[in-house]
Design a protein around this ligand. Structure first.
Ligand code: NAI
Length: 481
């Protein structure tokens, strides 16, 4: 029905372009293609109904079509209002064998530039199959799908949906509560059923994983979760080298400002911050790191970065990049003290690292939209600041996120996690797990040949001397890489 369309994307006519880029991406995603070759015949994901909430990009298209190739029934949304690549979404909806007039691909509900209402509408759509049932597996990035099904079921159990406190709660929470209220009227009891049908979730990112551990601690996690982020072949590659690639891409596509010589402040020197600081230094920017963790601060200093507090540099720096996964890193008060035309961007998962809500409320401030996902805010002082992607992750909002090769490593972990949950989910508790190191090493191994890497083999004698099997795993779980 018009109320529940089979899929919704911006423009199906972009599908041919999307398909060409997907075809090229497949060449750069050896891990995913190896899984297709290994499992296409045996269809190990047959019976899996996977709802995915993860940036609807070209790379994600290869992930989706890998899950389908392994037998899964998949529905998809983006996990950010700005991160969809419309040509990729169109190609996935049309499918490798469909046409624009007769699409027969994977139902995807995503377009670049959704409103918050549309974003949560999409999530809700993807969680309901045409027969009214829900998924049996979630594949999440940031935890929004996990949040919706848990909150929905929690309020059904309580018999009431809380009212929205507009003064103290983020605008988005009001949108979620409205959606749950509308669903409670249309489909009473829906979320309890959906939640009961879910065998597990695999979670992509630091922030989503953080939410899962909080739920585990509170005893509210309703199904097992696999923490994909903390596979070494995910966070030590995607978060680091992925951001090293896409931070500068996002800055350049939005602002085209010369980075060399500028003072760039990076907040957070975790995996993402390390990649960003490295890339900005590579462009000749003078990088200042802001950290709260003495270990990361010491790492930054010994890597040669100045480590300071925001107050020390707020009036003199040119570019501010948040990468903490924390909130209120850059406040409106800070913005008021910045240089004219200072550039502010966030590469962390959520937009609350920068006080965008506060900025939009500043009396006498004026917003000039330079182009999509790039705004100038003229402050009462007459000075202005430049904001990327409205404070949402700039590499996906202003550019195309990470390149295929590094996403292949991340997504190979995702597929392995989905396989494990589908085949053995019942043997896990309602806790958060990581994949075994053996599989982590396997993911890396699948990416060596493409780069012409020749791995050295241990002799049995050497293996015995350092106490590891010849075929691995080579490191204890506590090893940090
Ligand atoms: P991480 O935990 O490795 O690093 C975050 C760092 O921020 C930590 O070292 C922490 O000490 C520091 N930090 C926390 N509060 C701070 C504060 N008030 N001031 C200064 N530093 C502070 O996390 P990771 O993996 O680097 O991820 C960071 C964020 O980026 C997360 O939200 C994650 O989900 C997201 N992410 C985004 C990607 C993208 O493509 N845009 C890719 C991967 C992760």
């Amino acid at each position: 029905s018009a109320d529940r369309p089979a899929f919704k994307v911006a423009d199906l006519s972009l599908a041919a372009w999307g398909r060409n880029e997907i075809r090229l991406a497949e060449q750069e995603m050896p891990g995913l293609m190896a899984l297709r070759a290994r499992y296409a015949a045996s269809q190990p994901l047959k019976g899996a109904k996977i709802m995915g909430s993860l940036h609807m990009t070209v790379q994600t298209a290869v992930l989706i079509e890998t899950l389908v190739a392994l037998g899964a029934d998949v529905r998809w949304v983006s996990c950010n209002i700005f991160s969809t690549q419309d040509h990729a979404a169109a190609a996935v909806a049309v499918g490798p064998n469909g046409t624009v007039d007769a699409p027969n691909g994977t139902p995807v509900f995503a377009w670049k530039g959704e409103t918050l209402e549309e974003y949560w509408w999409c999530t809700e759509q993807a969680l309901m199959w045409p027969d009214g049932t829900g998924p049996n597996l979630l594949l999440d990035d940031g935890g929004d799908a996990t949040l919706l099904v848990h909150k929905g079921a929690e309020y059904e159990k309580a018999g009431a949906i809380p009212s929205f406190d507009a003064d103290n709660e983020p605008e988005e929470w009001g949108v979620i509560l409205d959606l749950l209220r509308a669903e409670a009227a249309r489909n009473p009891g829906r979320w309890t059923k959906v939640l009961a049908g879910i065998r597990g979730v695999s979670e992509e990112t630091t922030t989503g994983v953080h939410r899962l551990y909080e739920m585990q601690k509170a005893g509210t996690l309703a199904f097992p979760a696999i923490n994909v982020n903390d596979s070494v072949t995910k966070s030590k590659f995607d978060n680091l080298y992925g951001c090293r690639h896409s931070i500068v891409d996002g800055l350049n596509r939005a602002t085209d400002v010369m980075l060399a010589g500028k003072v760039a402040v990076v907040f957070g020197y975790g995996d993402v911050g390390k990649g960003c600081a490295h890339a900005l230094r590579g462009q000749g920017a003078r990088v200042v790191v802001v950290e709260i963790d003495p270990i990361c601060a010491l790492q930054a200093a010994m890597e040669g970065y100045q480590v300071a507090r925001l107050e020390d540099v707020v009036e003199t720096a040119d570019i501010f990049i948040t990468a903490t996964g924390n909130k209120n890193i850059i406040t409106v008060e800070h913005m008021g003290r910045m240089k004219d035309k200072a550039i502010i961007g966030n590469i962390g998962h959520f937009d609350n690292e920068i006080d965008m809500a506060g900025l939009k409320k500043v009396e006498g401030a004026r917003r000039i939209n330079i182009k999509p996902q790039y705004d100038e805010f003229v402050l009462p002082s007459g000075r202005s600041i430049l904001i990327l992607a409205e404070g949402r992750l700039l590499n996906l909002g202003c550019a195309t996120g990470h390149p295929s090769f590094v996403m292949s490593a991340s997504f190979t972990n995702q597929v392995l996690a989905q396989l494990e949950l589908h085949q053995n989910g019942g043997s896990y508790e309602r806790k958060v797990y990581t994949l075994p190191k053996k599989l982590d090493e396997e993911v890396a191994r699948l990416h060596l040949e493409k780069l012409g890497v020749r791995l050295t083999e241990l002799t049995p004698d050497q293996a015995a001397y350092i106490g590891v099997p010849v075929e691995g795993p080579y490191k204890p779980d506590h090893y940090r890489y």
